[in-house]
Design a protein around this ligand. Structure first.
Ligand SMILES: NC(=O)c1ccc[n+]([C@@H]2O[C@H](COP(=O)([O-])OP(=O)(O)OC[C@H]3O[C@@H](n4cnc5c(N)ncnc54)[C@H](O)[C@@H]3O)[C@@H](O)[C@H]2O)c1
Ligand SMILES: O=C(O)C(=O)C[C@@H](O)[C@H](O)[C@H](O)COP(=O)(O)O
Ligand SMILES: [Zn+2]
Length: 369
């Protein structure tokens, strides 16, 4: 990982094998580039959450004035509420009313939930129209908006319906983060920590020096994007290597499902990584110090590192519909060492239970059967 410091604007190339490459642009004010990307489009739909209504209005006005497009704001619910089939359906109805054609453009302006939804809407409309992602949360910038995974939640589980649909460009404007509540910054830092453990340990040092992330935010965001860009370039459709980005996510998605998607994704990933680290210690030879470093750092950041002990049986059920599972086999991402992640199939039940004990609040996990 290069020791570059973010100067003004950083451009990171994502080159997915078998697909066109695109840039992730990071810096202050880069949202202005949207007018250039949208030039020549007849219609642009800016999908945004309520919280970003004012920003969306400004963006739409600029697209009309600078890009000469028929631009429209399409408001969706805040956060995870937007990742529903009903909301996607409403967006498609809107595109229908606007007469959206194959060379029109969707823009996803918001956090990861919005960019996941907007990407899915773009992937489905006329079997695929262009999408530009404009993430406005730390999590969206470092992870969700990059790499073309799009989707929605259903009752059966998190992100179970979706498509791979790479964006045309990703514009990460750091000035949009000024309105982001601290708790959302913390949630985003969970994915930053993930990038640190799986690929770039310098990230961990920067966060240990300042667990708020504030002192090094541009560098943390840049480093995390570089990790994601490298991984998805090598394996855009998760045929293998991309699975490492799911570190901590098998348990995290199960928690999110059980909590009816009311937990922040980053908070669930935090618990999931403490669990995955303990599993890694038991089945993949991860050293004790690196395993313990997960809990210490995540706690310092202010993220949760525990979940209900009595929920183990339902968590286990939920993990069986994880996308990495094959047949009756569960699959987890584990660390062999700092910066060395891989998949691991079918851990012995006693290892899973022991790993869950590391995060189970209120004592030992309840085990059925
Ligand atoms: N596709 C992927 O590769 C990928 C990767 C990681 C996470 N995700 C998904 O991302 C989602 C989580 O994203 P998130 O953490 O960004 O949360 P989010 O999208 O739910 O946003 C959190 C809250 O902040 C608000 N918000 C967004 N930007 C704001 C701003 N600048 N100022 C004030 N409020 C703002 C939102 O409206 C929402 O209420 C989850 O659904 C997760 O599954 C996807
Ligand atoms: O991009 C990926 O690949 C990831 O796994 C990134 C994760 O942080 C993200 O939460 C993703 O949406 C999870 O994907 P899923 O396929 O497990 O739903
Ligand atoms: Zn995630």
């Amino acid at each position: 990982m290069p020791a570059t410091k973010v100067s003004d604007v950083v451009r990171i190339e994502v080159a997915p094998a078998g697909d066109r490459s695109y840039e992730v642009v990071l810096g202050e004010g880069v949202l202005g580039e949207l007018d250039v990307v949208a030039a020549g489009r007849t219609r642009v739909a800016v999908i945004h959450p309520r919280a970003l209504r004012a920003t969306a209005m400004t963006v739409v006005a600029a697209l009309r004035a600078q890009a000469g497009a028929e631009a429209h704001a399409v408001e969706v619910p805040d956060g995870e509420e937007a990742k529903q089939l009903r909301v996607a359906g409403e967006c498609w109805d809107t595109l229908g009313r606007l007469g959206f054609t194959r060379d029109d453009l969707v823009v996803g302006l918001g956090g990861g939930a919005t960019t996941d939804l907007a990407g899915f809407v773009a992937a489905g409309w006329l079997r695929g129209v262009d999408v530009v992602q404009v993430p406005t949360t730390v999590l969206g910038m470092v992870d969700a908006a990059v790499g073309g995974k799009t989707g929605i939640d259903i009752d059966a589980g998190k992100n179970l319906v979706g498509a791979f649909h790479q964006p045309l460009r990703v514009l990460c404007d750091l000035t949009t983060l000024t309105t982001l509540p601290a708790v959302e910054v913390q949630a985003g830092l969970a994915e930053v920590v993930k990038a640190g453990f799986i690929a770039d340990p310098r990230i961990l040092e920067l966060l240990e020096a300042d667990p708020t992330g504030a002192a090094h935010l541009p560098e943390l965001v840049e480093r995390s994007i570089r990790v994601k860009a490298a991984v998805v370039s090598g394996d855009p459709r998760e045929a293998g290597g991309r699975e490492i980005l799911n570190y901590g996510h098998t348990l995290a998605h199960a928690i999110e499902k059980i909590e009816n998607f009311t937990w922040r994704h980053g908070a669930a990933v935090s618990v999931g990584m403490v669990f995955a680290a303990e599993l890694s210690r038991r089945v993949a030879g991860l050293d004790d110090t690196t395993a313990a470093r997960h809990r210490e750092l995540l706690r310092e950041i202010g993220l949760p590192v525990e979940y209900r002990g009595d929920r183990w049986p339902s968590l286990l059920d939920a993990m069986r519909v994880d996308k990495k599972a094959r047949g009756r086999r569960l699959r987890f991402v584990v660390l062999e060492a700092l910066g060395r992640a891989r998949s691991f199939d079918d851990p012995e039940p006693e290892h899973l239970i022991a790993a869950y004990r590391a995060v189970a609040a209120g004592g030992a996990p309840v085990v059925e059967g």
